[in-house]
Design a protein around this ligand. Sequence first.
Ligand code: NAP
Ligand code: MG
Length: 398
Amino acid sequence: MDKIKMTTPIVEMDGDEMTRILWQMIKDNLLLPYIDLKTEYYDLGLEYRDETDDQVTIDSANATKKYGVAVKCATITPNAARVEEYHLKEMWKSPNATIRAILDGTVFRAPIVVKGIEPCVKCWKKPITIARHAYGDVYKASEMRIPGPGKVELVYTAEDGTESRELVHSFNCPGIVQGMHNVNKSIESFARSCFNYALDTKQDLWFATKDTISKKYDHTFKDIFQDIFDAEYTKKFEDAGITYFYTLIDDAVARVMKSEGGYIWACKNYDGDVMSDMISSAFGSLAMMTSVLVSPDGNFEYEAAHGTVQRHYYKHLKGEETSTNSVATIFAWTGALRKRGELDGNRELMEFADRLEKATLDTIEEGEMTKDLALITTNPNPVVLNSGDFIKAIARRL
Ligand code: NAP
Ligand code: MG
């Protein structure tokens, strides 16, 4: 059989620990036998990031801008313990944060839905994708403890020195205060990424804030989304047969619980942080969540939502057997291959991505799975496979 040819490379970002082991197994068993795989390889493993003073992360993000499609393995975000463990020169920033800043993107997280792993919410039949705005608000706020009576004001000083003020509160006892911000440019990028991803995946887009209470702050989010939609996307959405729907955050939460899924829910930074944890645990497992970073000018970086599964890696290093779930990492690859195929008009590559996803889901539906899924499946007799055998079971069906 001739291998599937590729014209443009995918940017490949290798990573750390257990997911780095899975990465190689996926390539060896599921990709290289069938595809003449063209990638531009960047080693984002922590050792090489340290060796290059993290330049490799910046280079990989710039390559994504050049080629448009990347696939990323989970990576360690260094903390004090990791600095010691890897004798790092510095506590390097999270690669995801670096890449997101360069691509100016929004992260979309969606569960992989499979028979036998049922969501806690019975009416959810299709995935719910969360889009989280990743700039500002409470994550970049200034806070003060107010020791006693006195007044707190917001003060804006324009470049010409003129001031405008807004009273926050006249305190007559101790209290607390917080000042947060966002910038229109970031909200506009967020809106465009959401509209583009809705078109790309042919799903409705929901957006919600607390604009009835927050008449300037949240209302600005609502207005920016609506203005961009009216000016640039009305016709495109109509043609694609999808809708943009704005509502109050309370109403959105109530509707989500009664919906059957199958849409994108755009959230402000804090809402997205909280709601994505709710959605992912309600759908079953972190190991079944995919994540894609979409830039407003249409670059895509696919990855698994989980981390490097450190605990399993240490077992692996001791020679013990692991049963680590590779589904989200496989779907990161299929997402990237399908998008590459779509951009290059390479139908074979797109069909391969479909087949690999089907083989993966069939494996689980036919009862062969890793331990994390065996613990939550409704299948009465699951067969628990180790990390390597699970990938081989998929390869047999592929
Ligand atoms: P994690 O790697 O997501 O794993 C946490 C736990 O979740 C695991 O110990 C395991 O539970 C379970 N789990 C996660 N993925 C699984 C999979 N594919 N198969 C089976 N079980 C899975 O989070 P962490 O241990 O807190 O973080 C480890 C490293 O990952 C950290 O250095 C962190 O910086 C990094 N991280 C990277 C990314 C990213 O690159 N996008 C995201 C998050 C974290 P059991 O131990 O109970 O089996
Ligand atoms: Mg969270």
